[in-house]
Design a protein around this ligand. Structure first.
Ligand SMILES: [Zn+2]
Ligand SMILES: [Zn+2]
Length: 267
């Protein structure tokens, strides 16, 4: 059984519902050994006024609460301090400062906003999909090549939002570029995330698809991180049984006990 969830949002994230303590209690009740909080930190505001998830006080509140719960629940579960940083390829220096200011266990890198427009806000029926996908994948490649992180999150996220508008996107059509991202992760010692949230959104595969996971393996990838991307207690560790079957069928291992500052991990 996969006993770690490496992508969880607490109510510190503006799009999440439950406070950290409730998330930890639910994880304990499910028998998890680790819960890794990866609340959002976003570069760029998507046109919103002020800073959206990019205030440093906000990170200090997250760190304080996670570390406090870690000690309180230390006999039952490890409460990990992580962060999901969006668009870090455009703010490498600032990312380093934030990452260096707190004792993070794990950094997830994401690309949510192409051209400072959140992927959820595009009109996919009126957008040139081929160029948008190319720009999106080029941004992911830039993150993979240049940023300081541990795992690349939901690399086919763009499918989710297009699907809501009945537009089906296959990033697999850009095989050479996708493979280049995967190879770069392997060469730089970074991991690829298997994000199970797709199953809750009417997809029949995880993010990424089985095909991309096979390419990751072919490019030399051995280890994945598994995350539910839950924004509420009910979704923690959702569909991990299916993820476990798939990952082991592909001969991949699941990351656990990862502590980036201590250079330790197990699979
Ligand atoms: Zn995300
Ligand atoms: Zn997330």
């Amino acid at each position: 059984m996969i006993s770690v969830d490496y992508h969880v949002h607490s109510s510190f994230s503006p799009d999440a519902s439950n406070e950290m303590r409730k998330m930890v209690e639910k994880a304990v009740s499910l028998g998890l050994r680790e819960i890794m909080f990866t609340d959002h930190f976003e570069f760029f505001s998507d046109g919103r006024p002020g800073n959206f998830c990019s205030d440093e006080n906000y990170v200090s509140f997250i760190a304080e609460e996670a570390l406090s719960l870690r000690s309180e629940y230390s006999d039952r579960i490890y409460v990990g301090l992580g962060l999901e940083i969006g668009q870090m390829q455009f703010a490498l220096k600032k990312s380093e400062e934030i990452i260096g200011s707190y004792p993070f266990d794990f950094i997830l890198a994401s690309y949510h906003k192409v051209g400072d427009v959140d992927l959820s806000r595009y009109d996919y029926l009126k957008t040139d999909i081929k160029s948008l996908v190319h720009e999106y994948l080029s941004g992911l490649l830039c993150i993979a090549q240049s940023a300081n992180f541990d795992s690349l999150a939901h690399i086919d996220l763009i499918k989710r939002y297009a699907h809501r508008q009945n537009v089906e996107i296959k990033i697999e059509k850009e095989e050479a570029l996708v493979r280049k991202i995967l190879k770069t992760l392997v060469d730089r010692g970074k991991f690829l995330e298997v994000n199970t949230s797709s199953m809750r959104q009417c997809f029949e595969e995880f993010f990424p698809s089985d095909k991309i996971l096979m390419w990751y393996k072919e490019e030399g990838g051995e280890v994945v991180t598994i995350g539910s991307d839950s924004h509420r207690t009910d979704d923690i560790a959702e569909d991990f049984d299916k993820a476990e079957k798939l990952v082991s069928a592909l001969g991949l291992n699941v990351l656990k006990n990862y502590r980036r500052n201590r250079g330790m991990y197990e699979t």
